[in-house]
Structure formats: structure tokens, C-alpha cells
Design a protein. Sequence first.
Length: 224
Amino acid sequence: MRRPSAALVLSSAALFVALGGPAAAQQAAEEIPGARLVANSVTGSKIRDGSLAAKDLSSRSRRALKTPGNRSVTAAKLRPNAVRSAAIARGAVRPAELAAGAVRAPAVGAGAIGASKLAAGAVGSPAVADGSLRARDLGRHQGHAQLDFGPIAPGGCQALPVGLSNAAADAVALVSAPANWPAAIPVTATLGPGDRSISVVACNFTGTPSDPGPVSFRYLVIEF
């Protein structure tokens, strides 16, 4: 029996590789378990783009991706009315957040920031728009009082008390008369009697007695 020639041996080997080699290599690749991989041997360049899903990440990594970085959300990243009351923690809005200008009106829903959301002393002068405060924003006690002054003699004064809901100390009282009040009889307000009332004082600077009758006064008490 004749021995096979060298050419026949080489051609047979080439045919074996062509038919069985790729399949064997594919099978070997599919059968390599993760435990056989050296730690940190699989880098980003060896992972096909878009092949990883959320479940392939650790729970810690998923939490980190869901949590925005500190001060990473600015006004430009918020759509109008995106931030509402339920999204703001109690006392979370402090002077630093207001002064920085990161939270602006278009991004905050109407009524989203109530008194319970503001920390004590959170709103300072820089956060208040110039000319936006009115007298009633400054006063602790305010309202209307129906008062009936009797006849006031020339050069005389009368004082009528107005009760307050709480004590007022270290304060100033202001009063405004209605349009039908006589211009020649000015009115002022003083604290007392006691710490839970003010007095509206009317003085007649005319030469004749005057009886203004019952009218409604507006009052305001501002504490220092």
C-alpha cells in the first residue's frame, strides 16, 4: 500500500479547517463562562455599542444614573411649570437657592412654593423684587374699623380704640380715613390702650364744632 503524498495530506488538512474550524471556534466562544475571564479584562472597546441593557448594570449603578448631580439641574433644563409643590421638600428652598437664580417663575408652577416649603429666613432682600411689597405685606395687623366719632369741639380731639387679635409691641400704627372724611379734621393712630389695641385719634382744627358721623377706617400695625 502506497503512503499518501505530502500534497494529499496538506489538502486534507485544509479541507478540515475549512469545514470544521469556524464552527469549532464559534462553539468555543459561546462556551467560555464569565468565571474564566480575568478580572478587568473586558474593556469598553470590546463591548458592542448598544448591546448592554439596564439589567446588565448593578443596582448601585442604576441608582447613580437616576440621581442628578448636585446643582446639575438649572433653570434652562426645566420646562415651564415642571416643578410643583409635591417635588419640593419642606424647608428645601433656602436663601442660596433663591439668590442663585436657578429657580425662575416659568419653571415653577403657580402656587408650588408655599410657606411650608420655605426655610426660616429663606427670603431675604436680594430675593424680593424692588417695589413689589405693599404696606399690607409689612404689617402684622391690618383691617377696617367702623368708628363713630361724636361732635368734636374746635381745637379738641377724640380717640376711639380698635381691638387687635394679638399683642403689638415695638410697633407703629397707621390709619387712613375714607374719602368722605372732612379734610380739616386729620386722624392719626397710636398704640394702646393696652398691648392688644390701637387708638384712632381725630382732631378738629376748624373754628366750629364738627360731627363726622360713622365711617370706616383702614388701619395697619407694623412691628419692628
